[in-house]
Write a new protein. Structure first.
Length: 446
């Protein structure tokens, strides 16, 4: 099982695997290098190299080596930190680091465990090797190979362990617990109930704050494609139409799309977001949660926690049994996983039983199978921002369909997760967050 708080990490955009993971890995490496180190260099591979500058991997590595961490770094302070590093070429303690030369993009080789590989080297004054470490950023801000583990809840502390959707349903049937109550019991094996609830409330608050900021901001997103922010204009139009006598019946869909777009524009701008389970898909869970808060009569703080706990239970299964990494399985692993989580969370909030929740998660994932990850210009902007709007609306449809049924269905969540894994394995590398295929090569980046 994966902890709720490892699936929902607070960090900065634009990519959890390209920004949050590398920042964590670089910070941990910097903490461990000892005396005799004169210079540090980092070599990155695969998707990190192919889309690294567009996804701000170089910036994330620099910030990590400067001692910044994703959940506390001030996005407004980043330009100053980067300017100082570019001028001084030192990360502290007299250790030299020139981002222009010491970040090496290896475009020809891959490391064995995962495409998102990083090789950190600490060198002495004669460029002799003092220490070397290989770390992988495997999606959602998770890193393996270094000091950070995968965020798993140890079996010894999990009150009700489950390793598949079917096992989760069996636990619910045996205990009489909801999916949220099962996940909560497992979380309480690691930390007190009051802390769990406080952290859940903080995650929801961060999601809503991101939406609010995204709806206020205007201008052009960074990266050179001159993509204009749309969320503020959409918000202004919807607000202006509140008193109109000719409001469209589908207006609620526009609000859901707005919420998702607001988050992912913030992500593209390097703002503070919550991995849910990744930055590239960070708008889907918050948009559906905001839909529940603003439009559903059953909203309460307690049901908000149920939403997040249920979503995390489903997200943990997907990560363990397949992947949430676009570089590993394409966008089906990011947007598809987020939609599955959001559908399950909304179904739970609206009173679904465990089998209906499992059905909602399955429906949402099934209808994202095969989605490629082909960002234009290596930026998390086109088609990523709009994909979150569609993923959020599809999640609501999935939850609604499941609630109209009795939970009995032909395709199980386990089967669709395995299908996603197999589809990702069969998918050509150029369609997996490399910007070497699909829209990335058929649409000009400028």
């Amino acid at each position: 099982m994966i902890s709720t708080f490892d699936l929902f990490k607070i960090g900065i955009g634009p990519s959890s695997s390209h920004t949050v993971g590398p920042m964590i890995a670089a910070g941990q490496f910097r903490q461990r290098i000892g005396d005799g180190v004169a210079r540090v260099e980092v070599e990155i591979y695969g998707s990190l190299a192919w889309t690294g500058r567009g996804h701000a991997t170089d910036k994330a590595l620099c910030l990590g080596l400067l001692g910044q961490v994703p959940d506390t770094v001030d996005p407004d302070a980043i330009p100053g930190l980067m300017a100082s590093l570019a001028a001084d070429k030192v990360i502290g303690g007299g250790i030299a680091f020139n981002p222009a030369e010491d970040i090496i993009l290896n475009l020809t080789e891959l490391l064995p465990v995962h495409t998102n590989g990083m090789r950190f080297r600490a060198l002495d004054a004669d460029d002799g090797l003092v220490a070397e470490e290989i770390v992988y950023s495997i999606g959602g801000g998770f890193v393996v190979g270094g000091p950070e583990g995968e965020g798993a809840i140890p079996v010894s502390t999990a009150a009700h362990p489950f390793h598949s959707g079917e096992e989760l349903l069996e636990v619910c049937a045996r205990t009489g617990f909801t999916v949220a109550e099962v996940q909560l019991a497992n979380e309480c094996g690691l930390r007190p109930l009051a802390e769990v609830e406080a952290r859940l409330d903080a995650i929801a608050a961060a999601m809503f704050a991101c939406i609010d900021r995204g709806m206020r901001m205007d201008g052009v997103l960074p990266g050179g494609m001159r993509v204009r922010r749309r969320a503020k204009a959409i918000y202004d139009q919807l607000e202006a139409g509140r008193l109109s006598n000719s409001r469209a019946a589908h207006e609620i869909l526009d609000w859901v799309s707005l919420f998702a777009i607001a988050v992912n524009e913030e992500n593209a701008a390097g703002g503070r977001v919550v991995t849910a389970p990744t930055n590239g898909a960070a708008g889907i869970v918050p948009a559906v949660l905001r839909y529940a808060r603003d439009f559903c009569p059953d909203w309460s703080p307690e049901r908000c926690r149920d939403f997040l706990l249920t979503a995390a239970a489903i997200g943990g299964l997907i990560k363990r049994r397949a992947s949430i990494s676009g570089a590993e399985v394409g966008c089906q692993g990011e947007v598809g996983s987020a939609a599955s989580m959001a559908a399950a969370g909304l179904a739970a909030l609206l009173g679904a039983n465990p089998r209906q929740i499992e059905n909602a998660a399955e429906i949402a994932m099934e209808h994202h199978l095969g989605m490629t990850c082909d960002p234009i210009g290596g930026l998390v902007q086109i088609p990523c921002i709009e994909r979150n709007a569609f993923g959020a609306n599809k999640a609501i449809v999935a939850a609604s369909l499941a609630l109209r049924g009795d939970g009995i269905h032909h395709v199980s969540l386990d089967a669709v997760i395995e299908t996603m894994r197999q589809t990702g394995a069969d998918m050509q590398t150029k369609y997996k967050e490399t910007s070497l295929g699909g829209l990335a090569v058929n649409v000009a980046a400028c």
